[in-house]
Structures are given as C-alpha cells and as structure tokens.
Design a protein around this ligand. Structure first.
Ligand code: FRU
Length: 310
C-alpha cells in the first residue's frame, strides 16, 4: 500500500471516530432533550442521571443534554433559558425550589416545549406531566412507623430538606398526619438541612447539646439522617435513639445498606424516575397522550427486607 493511501485511510478513521465513535451518529438523532437537573452532586441525583442516560442510550434517535443547576435557583433558571434558546424538543426539569423555577417553566411551556417535571414540583400546571412518588404518603408512612417505634411517646428531631422544595414540604405534612393520633410524641427541634449530609450532622450536633432526651430522628432524606447518626455516635448517644430516613438508594453508601449496618431503623424507597422520564418523553415526542401525573411507588425498607434493596 502506498504511503499516501495509508494516510488517507488513517485520516478517514480518525474522522469517523471523532464524529461517530464517541456518541450517537448525528444523522440518527431526531430529538434533543434538555434535562435541567437541580444538582448533580448528591448520590441520589447521580443515580437519576445515570438511569436517564442508560435508558436514552437504547434510543439512537434521542440526544440528552444534562445541565447541573448546582443547587442554585438562578443558575437553574439560566440553564432552562438556554434550553429554550437552543429550541430543545422536550424539557425535563427537577427544580431546586418550587417558586423560583415556576416562571421559567411557564415560559418554556408557552413556547410549546413539552415539559416533564421530575420529582420536585413547580407552582403551576403549565407542564405536560409530573413524574414522582407521593411525598405526603411517604411522610405519613414515616410518621406511623415512628409512632410504632416510639410506642406512642417521645421526643423527635426533624431534619427538613430544602424548605422551598416540595418534597420537603410534603414529607413534613405527611409526617404530621402520621403522628396525628399520638399527641404525646413531640417534635422538639426542626431545622432545614438543605438535603445535605453535612448539615444533618451539624443540626444533630446542636440538638444533642440542647436536649438530653432525643428518642427519634426523622430526616427528609437518608444522607441527612446518616449525618445525624454520625453526630450521635460521636457523642455516644446512638443507643437510645431511632433514625428514620427516605430514599433507600442501593449501593454501599445508600439507605438500604445503612439499614443493614444498623445506622437507620427504616427508610422509604424514593425512586429517581430517570428511566420512566425517558420512556414518557418518547411517548410525548411520538404524539401519544400521557396522563398529567405519573406516580412512582414507594416501599418501606427495614431490617426485614433491606437485603433486597442493597
Ligand atoms: C437529592 C434529594 C433526595 C431527595 C430528593 C427530593 O437531591 O435530596 O435525597 O429524596 O432530592 O427532591
């Protein structure tokens, strides 16, 4: 083979790799989806992104772009604004906080972009479909579980998720409902932990200093409760306290494993919905009618079944 022929073959191969090798062939892409994720740093969010991309990889006609809002409402508004400018075919959004993201969702919807709201809600019905588990129901189940562990009486510390996000509001509301027939159970301390493990730990350190008797910690997600558990452990006060969380993420750092380790007494599965979101997006893009709400199911995870979820 002549040297010049070799060079031509080499260049062609490199070009092919550049254009087609690292992803989908541009020519097969029919739809572009913009996913505005409120943050990609937490394990649960990482799991959601992975699920979404895994499902999307099965469909050569789809291209998904994920923007990380970094837990910052204005960054997330700008991310959605960018997707509108890019004229994406569909928007998926998991909003950081409800109120600050409402206007931009309405703006996208008014531009005829179909919208899937995933896990956290916005304060408008200008979207195509909401996909997520029922947080009031989960909170209520957590309240009832707490009442059972406490045999109807005791002091509770509640660690909230970000107060402007709907799962935090709804998980609190449900918890109060679950405790409603147990007036002797008291929430003695409640603070916003912003969904973060580090904050859960700090809140618990304060609570331990202020209160001699803490019978149960209820946190709106597992990472915050695991943070609280670490604080209690360092203070030699885990023995008389129950710990309840939400998420039940699989994996070494997840809630199901924390139940098996004896750190959490229970957690409630909160599916990420990543896979479902892609399937529903395909339906919408194919012009099929979809329901306004798609509910994902929860499960109580405790010692009796945690090994099935790790
Ligand atoms: C992750 C997370 C989860 C929680 C969900 C609520 O950002 O905090 O732990 O269940 O968001 O939206």
């Amino acid at each position: 083979m002549k040297n010049s022929t070799r060079i031509v073959i080499l260049i062609t191969l490199v070009l092919k790799l550049l254009f087609f090798g690292c992803g989908k062939q541009e020519s097969t892409i029919k739809y572009t989806i913009g996913f505005s994720q409120c943050n990609s740093a937490e394990p649960w969010r990482e799991a959601m992104n992975k699920e979404l991309l895994r499902e999307a990889a099965k469909h050569p006609e789809l291209k998904i772009m994920i923007n990380d809002g970094q837990q910052d409402n204005s960054k997330q508004v700008a991310d959605v604004e960018n997707f509108i400018v890019q004229e994406v075919d569909l928007l998926i959004i998991s909003p950081n906080e409800a109120q600050p993201l409402t206007n931009i969702v309405e703006k996208a919807f008014d531009k005829d972009i179909p919208i899937i709201v995933l896990d956290r809600k916005v304060l408008t019905d200008k979207y195509t479909v909401f996909i997520g588990a029922e947080n009031v129901k989960i909170g209520k189940a957590a309240g009832e579980y707490a009442a059972k562990l406490l045999k109807g009486k005791g002091n509770v510390v509640e660690i909230w998720g970000l107060k402007g996000s709907t799962p935090a509001m709804e998980r609190h509301e449900g918890f109060i409902q679950g405790l409603s027939s147990h007036p002797v159970i008291k929430i003695i301390y409640e603070q916003d932990g912003a969904w973060l493990r580090r904050k859960g730990r700090e809140i618990m350190e304060n609570a331990l200093q202020r209160f001699d008797k803490i019978d149960l910690v209820y946190g709106h997600n597992d990472p915050m409760v695991i943070g609280a558990y670490i604080a209690a452990k360092n203070a030699n006060r885990v023995d008389k306290t129950f710990f309840i969380g939400i998420d039940g993420l699989p994996g070494a750092e997840g809630g199901a494993q924390a139940v098996l380790n004896g750190e959490l007494n229970a957690t409630f599965l909160y599916p990420t919905g990543g896979e479902k979101a892609v399937q529903v997006a395909l339906d919408i893009l194919a012009g099929k009618k979809v329901p306004k709400t798609i509910t994902l199911e929860t499960v109580t995870i405790d010692k009796s079944n945690a090994s099935n979820y790790k």
